[in-house]
Write a protein that binds this ligand. Structure first.
Ligand SMILES: [Zn+2]
Length: 121
């Protein structure tokens, strides 16, 4: 088994070793780290190899980060869906209501649909 701290690693070295700092940065990037990796950070023994997750991946693929991340992104997705449906339904009803009460010169039209009625203002 590989020792956790090899003899060449000095945690309080001045000036610091930038190569080891970059290795440590790679070890803590968010992504899938293979368990059986040979390349590991000498200070924390975490794998420095990782695979980035795609932006539109399933929220279940984030389970390795803990239970809060999948729940948070699911909550965010459902909130955006609710807000989007309220905007679409509310906007469609407003356009229908304005369009029904619109004479030829009293409305502002956008793409053939009445959006503002001057007589209501
Ligand atoms: Zn480290």
């Amino acid at each position: 088994m590989q020792p956790l701290l090899p003899d060449s690693f000095q945690p309080h070295q001045v000036p610091p070793n930038i190569r080891l700092a970059q290795l440590h940065e790679d070890a803590f990037k968010v992504g899938k780290h293979p368990i059986d990796s040979v390349n590991r950070c000498p200070c924390c023994n975490t794998s420095v190899e990782f695979t980035l997750l795609p932006l539109c991946c399933d929220v279940k693929e984030l389970c390795f980060l803990g239970c809060a991340y999948p729940f948070y992104f699911y909550f965010l997705k459902v909130c955006l869906l609710i807000i989007g449906s309220v905007f679409i339904l509310g906007g469609a009803l407003n356009m229908l209501w304005v369009g029904l009460d619109c004479s030829s010169d009293s409305c502002v039209r956008f793409l053939g649909l009445a959006i503002i009625n001057y007589t209501d203002l």
